[in-house]
Structures are given as structure tokens and as C-alpha cells.
Design a protein around this ligand. Structure first.
Ligand SMILES: [Fe+2]
Length: 443
């Protein structure tokens, strides 16, 4: 690999021998189906185009590093020029500064920490030994962050980056408050569990017909025409096949709202700041095998790769997990150089990334203080999302239980409503709009 990072964490590599077993050949059939629809020639055409694009793109990312991630002040998001908006959409990630004031974020953090300490014996988290992604969904801080008027307004703006049919009665940019966990990450404890991955499912991108249709252009030889902001296509995509640890909700953008300051090497986020080419490459990769030669120049020469669907291996794909990528299995991405740190975050800042974006969380937190974020996404209104919200609000009203996406293997046998400091519905801001987003007004 050219110009490898001095330090690359011990994140897993993916090989066919460690891939998902395919005893019945069903994985192979998924590949064959895509080839029969699109033709080998088109898939090869796309492969060469995407790898060519990556040659210059990866140089640009490696050279600019963190500076390539756009930063916008909250106020400027309210009046974005078309040009700026296109830049944000192309990158697929950006920081929005000052969504709430530093003072507000500090208060939220203080409240959250107190809530955690007061109820610690009943709060589990991940990883099990040193939990810091806390299985908490309804603390006053989370309720307020999701429904704060400035936050909700931003969520709406981000949902509007996507387009649907003007006549579609079932979708809208009206934000929904997807209840996710919260993080209070203490310093000095390494955590390797979140290497490069893409959320919103994995194998289902190739398998579910509605989901696959989002990427038609990639398989049809025109990856440059891929539109990752088409809500009309994406709204029916099934992000989960057989359960597993997945968000079943379409999030236009995933997001972190910083409650504390954190910079590089403080448990921060790494992003691959070009969403379209990356996802196209990940989707095409299973249809090719590398040249016999292990010389770097041969491996990096896409024309030397063979079209090959003799096996059912999808590199880095395990159906019930997020899609993974690694330097060995996805060499043209040059992830060692192109996973770049987000800029330093201050309390009240937010960072957003498209649901197809490759991202990771730093292994090290070498700072001195807790690094805390609330996971607040921009979630548009769709039929699937509304159906989820109707269940989510039941969990909330039924004593503050864990929402369905977090219930599975992590079933929580306690009600947050019994916690000291519980405020329930009173914690939701923004009046009717906040209540609608939370699912408390009939959807
Ligand atoms: Fe993730």
C-alpha cells in the first residue's frame, strides 16, 4: 500500500476463509442474479471507472486530510448556497458548529453525567467490561438534544438534502426523533471495536430488491450517475435481513452532537470523506478477484483484477453486522490514508455523515476528560420510519423501555421511568413539532 499510516490500529482484515459460510450457495446466487440483470460487461465497466476515480480521489483526500471535511456555522446552514450544498452532498459528511450554545451543551453533559451516576447500577453498555456506549435512550439530556428547536430545524434541513417525488404522499423531510444510545467515553481505555464500517445494513444492499435499486447505476455501468439522495428509491429499502445489530430506520444522516470538547486521539470519529465513490467500490468489490502477483503496483492496477463470481464471498460482509472494509480486502480505497479525523469538536457542535459513508471510531482516547456525544440523526418521514416510531413511542410510554433496534440481544430488563431524574414527556422541547417528531402525535 502506498504511503501507509505510521499507526494503523489492529482492526480485522477480511479474507474468504474467514467470510460468511455459504453452504447452500445462496450468497453465490445473489451475485449471479445481479450479473444476469446487468451483464458482466457493465459491471466491469463500472469497476474500471470507479477505481480510476479513486486514484485521484484518494490522492486528494490523503493530501488534504481533515481539512477536506467541510465546516459550516449553524446560522449559515439556514441560508446555504446551492454550491455549498452540493459540496456537502458530494463529501457526504460535514461539521455544523454551534447548533446549541456551549453553555447549553455543558449543562446537558452535567445533567447526563449525574443521571448516569445516580442510576449506574442499572445501566449497562458496550463494551461489556468498560461500558461507555450507554444503553440509555430517554435521559433528559437525550430528549432535549433530539428535540431542541435549533436541532430539529437542522435535522429538517438535512432531510431536505434528499429528494422524493413531489406527489409522494408517504415521505417528507419532517424530522423524526430516532432514539439512540449515548456515549460517555472515559480517557485512557483503548477501544478497537469500531473499525471502518458502513451502517444501514450490509448484505441487504445486494439482496433486497428495493435497496439494490438505489445502486442500479453502479451495476449498470454508470456509477457516475448514482444518486445517493433519492428518497423515493431508498424509502422502501430493508436495512436488516435476519435481525442483528442494525438500525432498521433510514437515517438521511447519522450524527454526533458533542457534549464535551474532543479532538484527534481523544476517541474521536474517522470518516472517509467521499460517499459516492466509496459505496460504489464496496458494492462492486465482490465481483472481482485480485491478480496472482502480490506486488503493490499490480494490486492497485484495477485492469489486472479478474471478473470472478466463482464464490459467494462478499468481502467484509456479514449479513447481521455493519458492512466492513479493510486495507487488504478493499485496497483501492487506501483506507489507511483516507480515513481522516474529523476536526476538533467543541460542546454544542455536531458532525453528520451520510448513511452510506465509511466511518470508524478512534481506538485511543489519550486525553484527560470524558468524551461525550449524543447520537442524534436526521431521520426523514417514510412509511418504514413511521412504523418504527409508532413502536418506539410505545417503548417510551411503557416505562421507558429500550426501543426495538436496541432490544434484540441487548434486552434491557429495567424501565428508565424508575430511574432517579426521569422526566418523561416533559423533557421534549419544541412543543407540537417536538412531540410529533417523538411519535407522540399520531403519525
Ligand atoms: Fe457506525
Amino acid at each position: 500500500m502506498p504511503g501507509t499510516l505510521k499507526v494503523w490500529p489492529d482492526w480485522p482484515e477480511f479474507t474468504s476463509s474467514k467470510g460468511e459460510a455459504d453452504p447452500t450457495g445462496s450468497l453465490l446466487k445473489y451475485k449471479q442474479e445481479i450479473v444476469s440483470i446487468n451483464g458482466q460487461e457493465n459491471i466491469q465497466k463500472s469497476w474500471l471507472k470507479v477505481c480510476k476515480e479513486l486514484e485521484t480521489l484518494t490522492d486528494e483526500i490523503a493530501e488534504k486530510g481533515t481539512n477536506i471535511i467541510p465546516e459550516v456555522k449553524y446560522e449559515d446552514m439556514l441560508n446555504l448556497s446551492e454550491e455549498k450544498k452540493e459540496e456537502l452532498k458530494k463529501r457526504g459528511c460535514f461539521v455544523v458548529r454551534g447548533v446549541v450554545s456551549e453553555e447549553q451543551a455543558n449543562t446537558w453533559f452535567k445533567d447526563l453525567k449525574q443521571f448516569y451516576l445516580d442510576n449506574k447500577s442499572d445501566i449497562s453498555g458496550w463494551p461489556e467490561e468498560t461500558p461507555f456506549v450507554l444503553r440509555l435512550y430517554w435521559s433528559p439530556t437525550q430528549l432535549a438534544a433530539r428535540s431542541h428547536p435549533r436541532h430539529l430545524r437542522l435535522q429538517r434541513i438535512l432531510n431536505e438534502f434528499w429528494h422524493d417525488s413531489p406527489t409522494s404522499p408517504t415521505t417528507s423531510p419532517d424530522p423524526l426523533s430516532y432514539a439512540d444510545a449515548v456515549r460517555i467515553r472515559p480517557p485512557k481505555i483503548p477501544f478497537p471495536g469500531l473499525g471502518p464500517h458502513i451502517d444501514a445494513g450490509s448484505l441487504c444492499r445486494w439482496v433486497d430488491p428495493a435497496y439494490r435499486s438505489v445502486y442500479d447505476k453502479v451495476f449498470a455501468g454508470s456509477p457516475e450517475e448514482l444518486d445517493l439522495y433519492d428518497l423515493e428509491k431508498r424509502k422502501d429499502a430493508k436495512q436488516s435481513m435476519d435481525g442483528g445489530y442494525h438500525s432498521t430506520v433510514l437515517r438521511a444522516y447519522q450524527g454526533w452532537t458533542a457534549l464535551t470538547a474532543a479532538g484527534k486521539q481523544e476517541g474521536s470519529l474517522l470518516l472517509y470523506p467521499d460517499v459516492k465513490t466509496t459505496i460504489a467500490y464496496v458494492l462492486l468489490r465482490p465481483f472481482f478477484s485480485p491478480p496472482e502477483s502480490d506486488k503493490e503496483e499490480d494490486i492497485m492496477d484495477a485492469s489486472k483484477w479478474k471478473f470472478d463470481i466463482s464464490s459467494g464471498w462478499f468481502p467484509g460482509t456479514f449479513r447481521n453486522e455493519s458492512q466492513r472494509a479493510a486495507p487488504g480486502s478493499h485496497p483501492h480505497l487506501r483506507v489507511r490514508e483516507c480515513m481522516v479525523n474529523i476536526p476538533r469538536m467543541e460542546p454544542g457542535d455536531t458532525v453528520w455523515w451520510h448513511c452510506d459513508m465509511l466511518h470508524a471510531v478512534e481506538v485511543e482516547h489519550l486525553g484527560e476528560n470524558d468524551a461525550s456525544v449524543v447520537y442524534v440523526a436526521a431521520t426523514p418521514t417514510t412509511e418504514i420510519n413511521k412504523a418504527y416510531m409508532r413502536e418506539q413511542v410505545k417503548a417510551f410510554l411503557d416505562g421507558g423501555k429500550a426501543p426495538a433496534d436496541f432490544g434484540g440481544d441487548y434486552s434491557v430488563d429495567r424501565n428508565e421511568s424508575e430511574f432517579k431524574g426521569w422526566v418523561g414527556e416533559a423533557g421534549i422541547l419544541s412543543g407540537e413539532e417536538g412531540r410529533r417528531a417523538a411519535g407522540l402525535v399520531a403519525l
